[in-house]
Design a protein around this ligand. Structure first.
Ligand code: HEC
Ligand code: HEC
Ligand code: HEC
Ligand code: HEC
Length: 127
């Protein structure tokens, strides 16, 4: 009898954890980012003002939403109808960086190049 009761309590705890854990994960606001591929996140979602970025001088949609053909960036094509994760898998594939590196390389390289915008972890992943 005791054992059955313990079993029941554990079963209910698991059900509650799964249900509320799932709701919490679902409710997390990831802004424009499509992050399902990462599963649970290690860091708070990065801050990113999409409108401000897209309106910067000389910025093209394809600077971020790119299309590559045989390793060459296609000048006249963009992929804003696709999530980064639709091409960038968790692990890198040849010259195509893995998803986490794809985000980091794109954001940080430009900030370094332009000498503007954050490059330290805590400036993007703000607690
Ligand atoms: C500085 C980089 C950058 C530029 C420039 C940019 N975007 Fe994005 N955009 C992103 C990122 C990063 C995401 C999130 C993609 C992801 O996580 O899969 C995104 C997401 C989007 C989404 C999906 C938003 C949603 O809520 O589902 C659309 C639509 C979009 N961009 C359109 C555009 C268009 C149109 C332009 C040009 C006028 C543009 N973007 C310019 C980086 C950029
Ligand atoms: C220029 C902004 C920027 C900087 C600087 C930056 N990140 Fe990120 N990082 C992002 C973006 C954008 C993503 C994809 C969206 C998200 O998960 O926040 C990401 C994703 C991640 C992810 C995968 C998602 C998750 O939370 O599990 C980890 C882990 C991560 N970053 C850790 C770091 C660490 C550690 C540093 C410092 C060495 C760092 N980041 C610096 C913007 C940045
Ligand atoms: C339609 C598929 C596709 C989409 C969508 C896509 N990429 Fe890529 N990306 C590629 C391919 C293919 C390469 C490898 C290019 C090569 O061979 O050098 C690449 C290379 C990169 C590189 C390294 C070279 C460079 O251009 O800096 C970064 C960084 C990157 N992607 C980030 C992103 C981010 C961030 C997003 C979403 C905003 C994104 N990519 C969306 C296909 C895609
Ligand atoms: C092609 C260039 C470019 C790319 C790609 C880019 N940024 Fe930026 N970002 C800038 C510039 C330039 C500034 C400085 C704007 C200013 O100071 O007026 C900036 C500023 C910022 C800031 C400071 C606050 C603000 O909006 O002014 C944050 C946060 C930021 N970027 C996050 C990101 C993240 C996250 C990504 C990748 C998803 C990213 N950026 C990709 C050029 C870029």
């Amino acid at each position: 009898m005791r054992h059955k009761l313990y079993g029941y309590v554990i079963f209910c705890s698991v059900v509650l954890c799964v249900t509320f854990g799932g709701i919490a994960a679902f409710a997390q606001d990831t802004g424009v980012f499509k992050l399902e591929t990462f599963g649970s996140l290690e860091r708070p979602v990065s801050t990113f003002d999409h409108d401000e970025h897209q309106e910067m001088d000389g910025m093209e949609c394809s600077d971020c939403h790119h299309v590559y053909e045989n390793g060459v960036k296609a000048a006249d094509q963009s992929s804003e109808d696709q999530a980064c994760a639709e091409c960038h898998t968790l692990k890198s594939q040849g010259t195509q960086p893995g998803l986490r590196q794809a985000y980091h390389q794109q954001c940080k390289n430009c900030h370094v190049e332009k000498k503007a915008g954050p490059v330290a972890c805590g400036e993007c992943h703000i607690k």
